[in-house]
Design a protein around this ligand. Structure first.
Ligand code: URP
Ligand code: ZN
Ligand code: ZN
Length: 457
């Protein structure tokens, strides 16, 4: 199968020009102007952007959490991702206590195989460390799971103590992996949560009030300090606050390999959302929580100036029925919100169209930079001969309204309900196959492959 995409505005992290892209099989083979080679299909992209497929390096598909499971499985989650212009996800496999990393890898592989419609990789969440687990960490890196998520929060569930965190960092410093850190001080938060509940403060908004930004800043500081001693790159996931951002800026100014992502929810929503009536604030119960509205501009500046290197989603949807597990006790509301489908349009509309970031930076933040940080570049993350033909044809003029009535994520609310965005994914290729065509899914559940990610060289 060959496809010729003609006259689009091709954008990478560094270039923008009008040209043609020729795809043969799974790869981009030629880029030029006025290409004339015969093709099985010709797509006219005049007036549209031709972008590398979006890469979302933070999803929780089919994830058990808080007595329930996140709503999307690998079929619905990856199809929704594709509709939104994302062609690769990196999901989090979880090692539960008493289990091996291999078991976690097998469990998540079974969830994805035969279901994923786009390519996927895994980070490994480590919740218990032993000599055997340390050895398994090396094996994981060799088999393409080259990043480990550690938690400084959720005591008794995911949280690791500092000694275990440090041991995992030392090992990762040697085996070529990268540490992803959930940076919130779980001990402090636990005390604040217990105190709030004892005072009868049970509504969803107390989720945010018991997770102060300073507790994120403190943990980010500690994570970076431990990573510096262990000599390992650290990537702070779902960074939400100025306090945490300041720590990343300080570390990067000193030349440390400290990286961080933020997520659309921290750029477009705020703590005000917790005041929505009728338990509506529960839709936004996620960790870290939404912050003061003023934080948004600071995060945008961080994105523009490379203090932040990626925008991922932390897609972790729960239907309202599940959110109601926390009726009368905010600490029992499953943490997480949907977002895998809405990221590209939101960031284009709120970032590029407002002049906060350039078009090249948009591509860099949503595709190229996560591909580089997590060992997928140049197979993924750019439009270049030899790269996978993961391509998004994006209409910069089309406007759509985000809504649970029309989205493809298997969740009964949309955090951006009713929001109009301009900039919409029109056509999507995944390794050379058209999987979104004129608003319809034309791919296949199970066509996505496990992506073996490289270690640091
Ligand atoms: O609230 C969140 N973020 N849920 C998903 C788990 C995590 O910490 O990333
Ligand atoms: Zn987290
Ligand atoms: Zn997450």
């Amino acid at each position: 199968m060959s496809i010729l995409i003609k006259n689009g505005t091709i954008v990478t992290a560094t270039d923008q020009y009008i040209g043609d892209v020729f795809v043969e099989g799974e790869k981009i083979t030629t880029i030029g102007s006025a290409l004339t080679m015969p093709a099985d299909r010709v797509i006219d992209a005049t007036g549209k952007y031709v972008l590398p497929g979006g890469i979302d390096v933070h999803t929780h598909i089919d994830m058990p959490f808080g007595g329930t499971t996140s709503a999307d499985d690998f079929e619905s989650g990856t199809i929704a991702a594709a509709f939104g212009g994302t062609t690769t996800i990196v999901d989090f496999a979880i090692q539960y206590r008493g289990e091996t990393l291999h078991h976690a890898f097998d469990t998540w592989s079974k969830k994805a195989e035969g279901k994923a419609a786009i390519d996927y990789g895994f980070h490994m969440i480590i919740t218990e460390l032993s000599d055997q687990v340390e050895e398994e960490m090396d094996a994981m890196v060799r088999q393409g799971v080259s990043s480990f998520k550690l938690f400084m929060a959720y005591p008794g569930v995911f949280m690791l103590d500092d000694a275990s965190i440090f041991r995992a960092m030392l090992r990762t410093g040697k085996n070529g992996g990268t540490i992803c850190m959930h940076a919130e001080n779980g001990g402090v938060i636990d005390v604040l949560v217990k105190k709030a509940l004892a005072e009868g403060k049970t509504a969803p908004k107390y989720h945010a009030l018991t997770r102060p930004a300073r507790a994120e800043g403190e943990a980010a500081h500690r994570a970076i300090a431990l990573a510096e001693i262990a000599d390992v790159p650290v990537y702070i996931v779902h960074l939400s606050s100025t306090e945490a951002l300041e720590q990343v800026v300080e570390a990067r100014d000193r030349g440390l390999p400290a990286f961080a992502e933020t997520c659309p929810q921290y750029l477009f929503l705020s703590e005000d959302n917790y005041d929505e009536p009728d338990f509506g604030g529960a839709k936004y119960v996620m960790s870290p929580p939404l912050r003061a509205r003023g934080t948004q501009e600071r995060l945008w500046r961080g994105l523009a100036f490379n203090d932040l290197q990626a925008i991922a989603t932390d897609h972790c949807p729960f239907c309202m029925k599940e959110k109601h597990l926390g009726d009368g006790d905010f600490s029992k509301i499953p943490n997480g919100a949907p977002g895998v489908e809405t990221r590209m349009s939101l960031v284009y509309d709120g970032g590029v169209r407002t002049g906060r970031i350039s078009m090249n930076r948009f591509v860099e933040l949503t595709s190229t930079s996560p591909a580089k940080i997590f060992g997928m570049f140049p197979k993924k993350g750019t439009i270049a001969p030899g790269s996978d033909a993961d391509i998004v044809i994006f209409d910069p003029e089309k406007t759509t309204t985000l809504s649970a009535k029309t989205h493809h994520m298997k969740v009964d609310y949309n955090p951006y309900e009713g929001r109009q965005v301009t900039g919409v994914t029109e056509t999507v290729l995944s390794r050379g196959k058209v999987i979104i065509d004129a608003g319809k899914f034309t791919g296949r559940a199970g066509a996505g492959s496990f992506l073996k990610r490289a270690a640091r060289s």
